[in-house]
Design a protein around this ligand. Structure first.
Ligand SMILES: [Mn+2]
Length: 299
């Protein structure tokens, strides 16, 4: 692990008081369109310095119990395999005893986190993916460990009926067909934007109803590029922030072992708005988790 000049929210929490951690994964070697998400952990930390810690959703503040900023995973630029081994080791060790927000980095880092979680649990969690893309290709440009294949790889780890992807609107017809064949649970953006919050959370709740442990992977590009332009692969007609944060905080209950937020790219951002929104999402999610009774992952 590598420590940083900035920590999330400007102050790192006490390990005794809080079982929440913040971990950066500054790796973007599989980005195929516009690289730069390796700078997201430091930028989101910096943006967070100016945010307040009170959440009206949770009627609570992170002020007294901010997450412990563990620093960044040592990454190996150019090697997804070597980086994922490090991510998996950190994830396995931390997720046994703590709930962790992992901040990418490009989306492939999710594979390492989920692999570590499966080892920590000794069984498979349910994985809820927010993403503009299905990321269900067998390989992309010849690489299996690419951001464009991550949901396929996660599906191989935990099984299709244990994965739900919501908010997607960018697919090719072959990957859509294969996702259906793999029994992936899906709510695309076109369906989702016509549903009420109650309808969507009901559908997600049904999917999670049989799960002992859950994990959320949040790709920032699920949001509309008007709100989150600083991402590696923007896709128009996305979700709105308030609706999305309401949904996220509703489904993040005591079963949530950990989550990630990936694909913020400060190099193509506009006035840092994407990093500010990412930091806000983290404040809301972490606050929700501090107001939820802590439950050790079920092994
Ligand atoms: Mn994506």
């Amino acid at each position: 692990m590598i420590s940083n000049p900035y920590v999330f929210l400007g102050v790192s929490g006490s390990r005794d008081r809080t079982k929440l951690s913040f971990v950066g994964i500054p790796f973007d070697s599989t980005s195929s369109f516009r690289g730069g998400s390796r700078f997201a952990p430091i930028n989101i930390r910096q943006a967070s310095q100016s945010l307040e810690t009170y959440s009206f959703r949770s009627a609570s503040s992170l002020e007294d119990n901010p997450p412990v900023d563990e620093g960044d995973v040592s990454v190996v630029h150019g090697s997804a395999e070597a980086t994922l081994r490090n991510v998996s080791a950190v994830s396995e060790e931390l997720l046994r005893f703590r709930k962790v927000g992992f901040i990418g980095g490009d989306h492939i880092v999710t594979y390492g986190v989920v692999e570590g979680l499966v080892k920590a649990l000794g069984k498979t969690p349910c994985v809820l993916v927010f993403d503009a893309h299905l990321d269900f290709r067998t390989d992309y440009l010849g690489f299996r460990y690419s951001h464009a294949c991550v949901t396929r790889r996660v599906n191989e780890l935990v099984g299709g009926s244990n994965v739900m992807v919501i908010g997607f609107r960018a697919v090719d017809s072959k990957e859509l067909r294969e996702a259906r064949e793999a029994r992936l649970n899906m709510i695309n953006a076109y369906e989702l934007t016509k549903m009420t919050l109650r309808e969507v959370s009901g559908k997600v709740g049904d999917f999670l109803s049989t799960c002992e442990n859950t994990y959320i992977s949040f790709d920032m590009d699920v949001l509309d590029p008007a709100y989150a332009p600083g991402v590696a692969t923007p896709e128009p007609e996305g979700l709105q922030p308030t609706f999305t944060i309401d949904l996220l905080t509703r489904v993040a209950d005591e079963r949530l072992a950990g989550f990630d937020l990936v694909e913020v790219n400060p190099l193509v951002d506009v006035g840092n708005v994407t990093s500010f929104l990412a930091a806000k999402i983290l404040v809301e999610l972490f606050t929700k988790l501090t107001t939820t009774p802590f439950k050790q992952p079920v092994r």
